[in-house]
Design a protein around this ligand. Structure first.
Ligand SMILES: C[S@@+](CC[C@H](N)C(=O)[O-])C[C@H]1O[C@@H](n2cnc3c(N)ncnc32)[C@H](O)[C@@H]1O
Length: 389
């Protein structure tokens, strides 16, 4: 038998709270002749059960119904689902704190943070002392601060040996170019890589091209290619970041970005690049999109890690309109565009991957090629041609 103060001590609650429970008929003490209420061990158990149910998200009224076995199963099921979601979020938060303390698995953490808060993720990496270029590479490629330098050395060893750094073809570039009103005087190409499309643009219009990339070795390759076709006077290269373009407003007739806008987020890129275009100027970009509304679990799992912001074509079309562009046209890149990229990449990794020891960067590239090969009908690159409104 417990007095109310003893019951309060047993269950770690205040006397006032227990009196409220009493008033709500959640517990019911036996009144003694001297006016005191006394409680049994069963009341202790009832209060403990109520505490657990409250922690599970039930209201006092629902707790009462539960104790009287009158609670609707549907309500309990909803609470259970909400609790599961809460636990999942808490687990995520726990992983985040553990990773910040240097515990736990970093790759998963980077993938998670990149999905939930991509811009904060980049800022956080920059605050850790990474240059923006390396922060972006860490976010998209190595996803591991401890292994980053080795990962990037291996990764660049693969790509330095390749002419094309993303899916694309001369035919697709020309097809998109046909939608651009002429004359074109000034083009800004963003994330030009080694200049596969830069060369096609130069050979098919008279514009001056400012080609930017944050990888100087790629820009050197573009300059060399332009020298070999005697078009050096039509090219300016700038080794700068696409996130910080310091050109005059309303300066370029055309902005071209094949497979690079995703790096700073497509929506963000379109918003930030738009002011650089002249009135009614054109922006052409290609991006990886879902080609089905029902992709397989394998593709979803892979792309949620590698490109969490991947959208369907109709989702991208909506975004484009909301940002102040008119969609002129769009089309899926040809199968040849994907082959132009994946085939040489496959051969290059195979040629380099001769050691029996596993190399993370090679494994990741091979994994992407494998996903592309097996699920190619579920996603692919898509070209969008927009006009500034
Ligand atoms: C997928 S590749 C596409 C290259 C090229 N457009 C092509 O199709 O071959 C992306 C390019 O963006 C460049 N890049 C990455 N981050 C960048 C940044 N912050 N600013 C400018 N270029 C960047 C990379 O160096 C690379 O050349």
């Amino acid at each position: 038998m417990y007095k109310i103060s003893e019951l309060a001590k047993q269950v770690g609650m205040s006397r006032t709270a227990l009196l409220y429970y009493e008033k709500q008929q959640l517990i019911s003490g036996q009144r003694l002749e001297n006016g005191y209420r006394i409680y049994t061990h069963k009341d202790v158990q009832r209060v403990r059960l109520i505490q657990q149910l409250l922690a599970g998200g039930l209201t006092l009224k629902e707790c009462k119904a539960c104790l009287e076995t009158k609670l609707d199963r549907g309500i309990l099921k909803n609470r259970l689902d909400a609790l599961d979601r809460e636990i999942e979020q808490k687990q995520s938060s726990r992983n985040l704190l553990a990773a910040l303390l240097g515990e736990g698995e970093l790759k998963t953490w980077h993938e998670k943070l990149n999905k939930v808060a991509p811009d904060i993720h980049t800022d956080w990496l920059i605050n850790q002392g990474f240059e923006e270029k390396e922060a972006l590479r860490l976010k998209w490629l190595s996803k591991d601060m401890n292994e980053h330098d080795k990962y990037m050395d291996d990764f660049m060893r693969v790509f330095q040996g390749l002419a094309r750094w993303g899916p694309g073809s001369e035919e697709d570039t020309l097809k998109a170019l046909r939608h651009v009103p002429k004359p074109i005087r000034k083009i800004l190409e963003i994330g030009c890589g080694k200049g596969q499309s830069t060369r096609v643009l130069a050979q098919n219009c008279q514009a001056h091209i400012t080609a930017i990339d944050n990888e100087q070795s790629a820009l050197d390759a573009v300059s060399e290619a332009f020298a070999s076709i005697n078009k050096t006077d039509r090219l300016t290269t700038n080794c700068i970041s696409m996130t910080d373009l310091d050109y005059p407003r309303a300066y370029f007739d055309l902005i071209w970005s094949e497979g690079s806008a995703y790096i700073m987020g497509v929506e963000n890129a379109l918003r930030r690049w738009r002011p650089l275009l002249v009135k009614s100027g054109t922006l052409v970009f290609s991006d990886l999109v879902w080609q089905t509304d029902t992709p397989s679990d394998k593709s979803i799992t892979f792309w949620q890690k590698e490109y969490p912001d991947m959208q369907t074509v109709s989702e991208r079309r909506n975004q484009i309109q909301n940002i102040g562009f008119k969609l002129v046209s769009d089309f899926p890149l040809s199968t040849k565009a994907a082959e132009n990229y994946y085939e040489p990449l496959r051969k290059r990794v195979k040629a380099l991957n001769t050691n029996s020891l596993s190399v993370k960067a090679y494994d990741d590239i091979e994994h992407e090629i494998d996903i592309y090969t097996r699920y190619a009908n579920e996603f692919g690159y898509h070209m969008f041609m927009l006009q500034k409104l």
